[in-house]
Design a protein around this ligand. Structure first.
Ligand code: SF4
Length: 201
């Protein structure tokens, strides 16, 4: 039987690896200033356009502009803050026919609304349902309450949401079983679009 397989070409832009959190398992974050320059962003998107890419995923650490070095660089380039730079990058993607999706971590309502104007969807991983996870000590925005409260789509923001959950990061017992089920223990299924299951260690 013949089957039709469809796919959408996408490109990932890790716009900044500067992060205010200290997750124990992370190999992505730096606590020094890091930003891709506007020229680097434009070049990446131009290559993507030529390759007929249709989706742009913008990833970052949490709140890179908590770092004074990042704020100074953004000001030099003429951006009010880091979300302003992401908005610009998304506009560059839209001009080249790419649909932007952002995953910037926990944001306030104003920033969610700014990104709403230039994105097809936004995302926020729940990460873990365990509020006492050792791996997330030093990462206050990884607390499940902070993530559930600030998910795009909550508070009437009407923002297309891509959600997901990581399970098994040092979690045992009920939290781990809840993670496997894709839901927090005692909560109704939230309908995550993807999950990452870490091996038990
Ligand atoms: S929030 Fe945690 S996992 Fe994400 S970039 Fe920062 S340190 Fe890494």
């Amino acid at each position: 039987m013949r089957r039709r397989v469809t796919f959408s070409r996408n490109v990932t832009l890790s716009l900044s690896r500067t992060c205010r959190c200290f997750c124990k398992y992370c190999a992505f974050a730096t606590h020094r200033p890091h930003l891709h320059t506007p020229d680097e962003v434009s070049e990446l998107l131009e290559v993507a356009r030529r390759r007929r890419v249709k989706e742009l995923l913008v990833l970052t650490g949490e709140a890179p502009d908590h770092h004074p070095g990042v704020r100074a660089q953004l000001a030099e380039w003429g951006f009010e803050d880091f979300v302003g730079y992401v908005v610009w990058a998304c506009e560059q993607g839209l001009e080249r026919g790419l649909l932007p999706h952002t995953n910037l971590g926990v944001l306030d309502r104003r920033d969610l609304d700014r990104l709403r104007e230039v994105t097809a969807s936004q995302g926020l991983m729940l990460e873990s349902v365990d509020p006492d996870l050792v791996a997330h000590q030093g990462s206050p925005t990884k607390h499940p309450a902070a993530r559930l409260e600030r998910r795009p789509g909550t508070g009437g923001a009407e923002i297309p949401l891509h959600g997901g959950q990581q399970g098994g990061i040092g979690a045992y017992g009920a939290p781990r079983r809840g993670a496997r089920a894709g839901r927090a223990p005692g909560r109704a299924p939230a309908g995550p679009q993807h999950g990452v299951q870490h091996p038990k260690n």
